[in-house]
Ligand binder design. Structure first.
Ligand code: ISJ
Length: 254
């Protein structure tokens, strides 16, 4: 089960279950990074000189999202589009998703900062310089990374909902006074964050090692830098997840 949309009505919902989903999503994210790191930077994808409005990668993401919208992807409250304006309507009858989130939560979309950090800060650290011309495959793996990161970060809405339901008396005063800093303190668990970073680093090591049939040691060569995977979480994924949590809580009593 890889989604964060638990059935809050059935009493078995807990922060532990949502955290299990976040842990499973680490696997997805690490594998997406490994796939993207097969290709060099391919900078032409990101330049605004292809005759499109914006870059080639922007064009591919926009068009792919339009097709996925027709298939009902964005009916799922866990999914947030990078280009939500003018998305086509779904052609299939959408599955009924349990309404667990407060309605105001739907408007929270952190994809602009996700897009910015991914392309401008993180990607140059992940991949080698150079251009091998594999633009379509590279853009597809960028999109896979972006969607996996976006899904994980927006799960902060569910985390916040459960934290609120578990302790409404603690959360209501700072929500009423709209105190961001107090909310941030309340929802932060530093020990959990330390474990997340260590586990993600280990996953990058395990999933990204060279697997051979003889017993010779591989010399410690990994497909992605394990420390960079931990840094991705430390600098961007966890802070943005908490931003989503704060934004959600600020609207929770509307
Ligand atoms: C997501 C949570 O909220 C915060 C964010 C975390 C994260 O992004 O991994 C971890 C711990 C908390 O500081 C959580 O409590 O699990």
């Amino acid at each position: 089960d890889v989604n964060c949309n638990p059935d809050l009505a059935s009493n078995k919902l807990s922060l532990d279950e949502i955290r299990d989903s976040l842990i499973r999503q680490e696997d997805t994210i690490v594998f997406c990074l490994i796939e993207r790191a097969k290709f060099p930077l391919n900078p032409k994808l990101y330049h605004r000189n292809h005759g499109f409005t914006g870059s080639l990668v922007e064009f591919i993401v926009r068009e792919t999202e339009a097709i996925q919208a027709k298939a009902g992807r964005y009916e799922n409250p866990e999914e947030n589009a990078f280009f939500p304006e003018h998305l086509p309507r779904p052609l299939v009858h959408p599955r009924k998703y349990p309404k667990v989130l407060h309605p105001s939560g739907a408007s929270i979309n952190m994809n602009k900062p996700i897009w910015d950090f991914y392309f401008n800060k993180f990607l140059p650290l992940l991949v080698a310089d150079g251009d091998d011309g594999n633009y379509a495959a590279t853009a597809a793996s960028d999109l896979a990374c972006l969607q996996a990161l976006s899904r994980r970060i927006h799960c902060g809405k569910y985390v916040a909902e459960v934290k609120f339901r578990d302790a409404p008396h603690e959360y209501e005063p700072p929500i009423r006074s709209q105190e961001r800093d107090s909310l941030m303190k309340l929802l932060t668990f530093e020990a959990v964050e330390e474990m997340v970073k260590k586990r993600v680093e280990k996953k990058a090591r395990v999933f990204g090692q060279e697997v051979t049939l003889n017993n010779t040691v591989d010399g410690g060569k990994y497909k992605i830098d394990p420390l960079l995977a931990a840094r991705l979480y430390d600098e961007w994924v966890m802070p943005l997840t908490k931003e989503v949590e704060v934004e959600y809580l600020l609207r929770r009593l509307e």
